[in-house]
Design a protein around this ligand. Structure first.
Ligand SMILES: Nc1nc2c(c(=O)[nH]1)N[C@H]1C(S)=C(S)[C@@H](COP(=O)(O)O)O[C@H]1N2
Ligand SMILES: [Mo]
Length: 392
């Protein structure tokens, strides 16, 4: 039995736990990488939030910008899962620290514990909801985006406070030796105690677990990793090499999208132009290589053929620099209509696509036509488009 575990106590005390692996030397080293992952996830999270807020300015270049940034968001969040588990395990005995008696120390102690409780809760919430979202599982009723965004600020605020409070401990632990001290000084690297894991081996296992978590999912967005990512969405799957996010059936548009009564309407200041599928096919067309980059982390590039949004807006004599509301045949769901900001509507790469990879667009990819714009979250690349309203 370890020294502090008095047999009659209801709760263990901090010293009831082995401190060999649960040392500041280990916690600080794992904490550094956890901090890097959270910082990366926070910055790319802000980018993703900005991209989905039509009133915030967002550039149309680089074409692959959102693809890379959202890929990094999901990869850093995934890598953080094993890091957080090891970190929490390493500091877990601190839960049983006896609070000080003096009221001033007690207050400081409680404030510190409170900030850590917020940090731990926020970190677990972010990773759990993010992971569920990237697996397309929404077992909650709140708005994922608004909540994940708000709790992201909470997590980063609590993290900055935590680092500030612990800075002397962290720098001491990082600058000091990793190996545990013995009576004879520092224990040799290779020496492993009876049946025990060395701190080095624990850290190596932790890095390996984070690496495996990344490799198992990153193929969703990094084509070179497709074959190794057994848990990721195959970015090469689906018609034209692009996965299907929501099928026409699930969106309830099979009949309306294939009906001879289908029309595309473009409206501006009382003027309306209505096109059949055949008339849409007669307009001048362009082919552009653009990615679909889902907020859930998968992405894939395709050769899209279609009519520039700008060309369609000219049919109703809409001026340059106007935003457009893009409406789908889909009757329900939050992605049935989106706002296309003016810089995207004006961009020559922004198409109403009718073809993918040299083939006509498949029903599930948005037939008769779907929006495809550069540097834009997949969620805003509306499928089964039926109406463009110039916003004035
Ligand atoms: N009308 C409509 N368009 C939509 C969606 C949708 O649910 N309804 N899903 C969006 C999402 S979240 C993504 S990632 C892309 C995926 O396009 P794909 O299924 O052609 O790959 O379509 C977008 N367009
Ligand atoms: Mo998506």
């Amino acid at each position: 039995m370890s020294p502090g575990a008095a047999p009659h106590r209801l709760l263990p005390s901090e010293t009831s736990f082995s401190t060999r692996l649960r040392s500041p030397a280990v916690a600080a080293r794992v904490g550094v990488w956890l901090g890097v992952c959270f910082a990366l996830a926070f910055v790319t999270g802000l980018i993703s939030h900005a991209a989905q807020e039509p009133s915030w300015p967002f550039p149309t270049r680089p074409v692959w910008g959102y693809r890379v940034s959202q890929g990094l968001h999901v990869i850093s969040g995934t890598a953080a899962v094993p890091l957080l588990l090891v970190k929490l395990w390493a500091v877990f005995p601190k839960l049983f620290v006896r609070p000080p008696r003096a009221s001033r120390e007690l207050l400081i102690h409680l404030a510190e514990r409170g900030s850590i409780a917020v940090l731990v809760a926020a970190a677990i919430f972010q990773l759990a909801t993010g992971l569920a979202n990237s697996a397309q599982w929404y077992p909650w009723t709140f708005s994922f985006r608004a909540t994940h965004y708000a709790v992201g600020w909470l997590a980063v605020g609590a993290l900055v406070l935590h680092i500030a409070v612990k800075l002397p401990l962290i720098t001491g632990a990082l600058l000091g030796p990793l190996d545990e001290p013995t009576q004879h000084g520092v224990e040799p690297v290779a020496q492993v105690r009876e049946g025990g894991l060395s701190r080095r081996a624990l850290l190596r296992t932790t890095w390996a677990a984070a690496g495996v978590a990344v490799l198992a999912t990153a193929g969703s967005t990094v084509p070179a990793l497709r074959r190794v990512s057994s848990l990721g969405v195959r970015s090469g799957g689906g018609p034209g090499g692009i996965p299907i996010n929501k099928t026409a059936r699930a969106a309830g548009v099979t009949a309306s999208a294939t009906s001879p009564a289908y029309r595309l309407t473009i409206a501006y200041a009382g003027r309306e132009v209505t096109l059949t599928t055949a008339e849409l096919g007669e307009l001048s067309r362009h082919t552009e290589r653009l990615p679909i980059a889902c907020v859930e982390g998968w992405s894939a590039s395709g050769e899209w053929t279609g009519v520039r949004i700008r060309t369609l807006l000219e049919l109703v004599e809409a001026p340059i620099g106007v935003a457009v509301r893009v409406e789908s045949l889909q009757q329900r769901g939050s992605f049935r209509a989106i706002e296309l900001p003016a810089n995207f509507a004006d961009d020559p790469l922004t198409l109403l696509a009718t073809g993918l990879g040299g083939e006509p667009l498949s029903l599930d990819h948005g037939y008769p036509c779907r929006l495809i714009a550069p540097n834009r979250p997949g969620v805003l690349q509306t499928k089964w488009v039926t109406r463009l309203d110039v916003l004035t």
